[in-house]
Write a protein that binds this ligand. Structure first.
Ligand SMILES: Cc1ncc(COP(=O)(O)O)c(C=O)c1O
Length: 459
């Protein structure tokens, strides 16, 4: 792991630095001293007017951004492939979701960004329903490093008088090199929430929320975060955020990782059987504005096996650990610690696997695409469903009932049903087929999908 040397020393004596709100150490919930100084430095660095340090990840940042902008009954227009945190944020705020389906790559079964036209349609739906739109929430970049046309989306939001909130969990590094996509704030987004712990070098769970411009009240963000965060924040996490900012600013932090990413693309393109997402998608196509060079998405199909099988092999036989995989892809995340030697190891592993793959023939039937099913009917808002009395019923009795849990199949990472929506037999069988095909269904309590939590309806 590549980190600031001074922070390495702090962590070598972590116990003595695991402090609390002692004199001189400031208060996270109402900072006026050292924490404010560090947050102000971060704001300047990330191009924000104000930055908040988060000790419960981007999860708390998304929840705070929604609470700061959407009151009970307001509409939140959101991409359907938003993170789980967006759904808990709606339960907290009591807002009314209007979903926008992301563009779906049918061949790969993955979701990209939303289009400006789809966003415009969602605003028109809100207008026709007489709803005030509190905010729009999108995820950019996606897990696969694909970015959306944030400038265009922001301009539509502003035309309709709503702020654009961007879940930039995977893009905290964008401000630090011209080779990266332009950060969301620089493109006109009002809020960007970044998992500093993902690509940058802060400790797990530490993130930042940035606000730019006047559309989002700083006071409401602070109040929301006071409600959501611990009153005993870890000073190790806070120090790691300041350190990650300083580390990312060093002139050479991304030089070798970018060289490694370029070398990886070159080496992999020379391997006859290996495919890369970059070569498969077209920048400028719907929902695809650019690709983060530090995300390498391998297309497992070209090696004749599923992404799950390729991920297993890479990890068990070659010590290559992927960020995530789907039926057809394996996503590798490069960061400040990535070196050219690492990507040579990856290329050698893929070459060896290629030799074996013909005999392995592990390719399975692709799971059905969740995003191809129509959006389920919403009978209750996420908040009403959260507080409703629920029961658990066998799968064959669940169709037609109001779902009480969020069920999100990977691929493609687009929730098939969220609390308050009606479970259909098509959704149930698609989820079961996804799991049977080696995919994952996140969010449910019963991983076997033999039972589902539904809202109780009196006989
Ligand atoms: C797109 C996206 N948003 C938000 C989150 C939540 O971030 P955190 O783990 O920092 O709370 C994640 C986590 O993986 C994510 O992938």
């Amino acid at each position: 792991m590549s980190v600031l040397p001074e922070f390495r020393e702090v962590m070598a004596s972590a116990w003595s630095h695991d402090l609390t709100e002692l004199p001189g150490l400031d208060y996270l919930s109402s900072p006026t001293g050292t924490i404010k100084e560090a947050q102000d430095l971060a704001a300047v660095t990330f191009g924000a007017d104000a930055t908040w340090f988060l000790v419960n990840g981007t999860t708390a940042g998304i929840q705070a951004a929604v609470l700061a902008t959407c009151g009970p009954g307001d509409a939140l227009i959101l991409a359907r492939n938003c993170h789980l945190a967006a759904f808990s944020a709606m339960a907290l705020s009591g807002c009314h979701p209007i979903y926008v389906m992301p563009v779906q790559d049918d061949g790969l079964g993955i979701a990209h960004g939303i289009t400006p036209d789809a966003l415009r349609r969602a605003f028109n739906t809100a207008l026709s329903e007489g709803r005030h739109v509190g905010a729009v929430l999108v995820v950019c970049p996606t897990y696969f490093g694909v970015t959306s046309d944030i400038a265009e989306l922001a301009s539509i939001c502003h035309e309709f008088g709503a702020p654009l909130l961007v879940d930039e969990a995977h893009g905290a590094h964008f401000a630090f090199h011209a080779s990266f996509p332009v950060p969301a704030l620089a493109q006109g987004a009002d809020v960007a929430i970044q998992s500093t712990h993902k690509v940058l070098s802060s400790l797990g769970q530490s993130s930042m929320l940035h606000v730019r411009g006047e559309r989002v009240s700083h006071e409401r963000v602070s109040r929301a975060l006071q409600a959501l965060q611990s009153s005993s924040p870890s000073y190790l996490l806070l120090a790691s955020l300041d350190s990650a900012r300083a580390h990312a600013q060093l002139p050479d932090t991304f030089r070798e990782p970018l060289e490694a990413a370029a070398a990886a693309r070159k080496l992999l393109r020379q391997l006859p059987g290996s495919g890369l997402l970059d070569d498969h998608i077209q920048t400028g196509a719907d929902g695809v504005h650019g690709v983060d060079p530090l995300r390498l998405t391998l297309l497992a199909d070209s090696l004749g096996m599923s992404g799950f099988a390729l991920d297993d092999l890479l990890q068990s036989d070659f010590g290559v650990c992927a960020e995530m995989c789907t039926d057809k892809t394996v996503v590798l995340a490069l960061g400040p610690g990535s070196r050219v030697t690492h990507v040579r190891q990856l290329a050698a592993a893929l070459e060896a696997i290629q030799g074996r793959s013909k005999s392995l023939n592990q390719r399975s039937e692709p799971p059905p695409l969740a995003a191809k099913l129509p959006l389920p009917e919403m009978r209750l808002t996420p908040r009403q469903a959260f507080f409703a009395r629920t029961e658990r019923v066998p799968a064959d009795e669940a169709a037609g009932r109001i779902c009480a849990e969020l069920l999100c199949p990977y691929p493609p990472g687009v929730p098939a049903v969220v609390p308050g929506e009606v479970l259909s037999s098509e959704v149930i069988s698609m989820l079961q087929q996804t799991a049977a095909g080696g995919g994952k269904v996140a969010g449910g309590v019963d991983g076997s999908l033999k039972t589902f939590a539904v809202v109780f309806e009196p006989p």
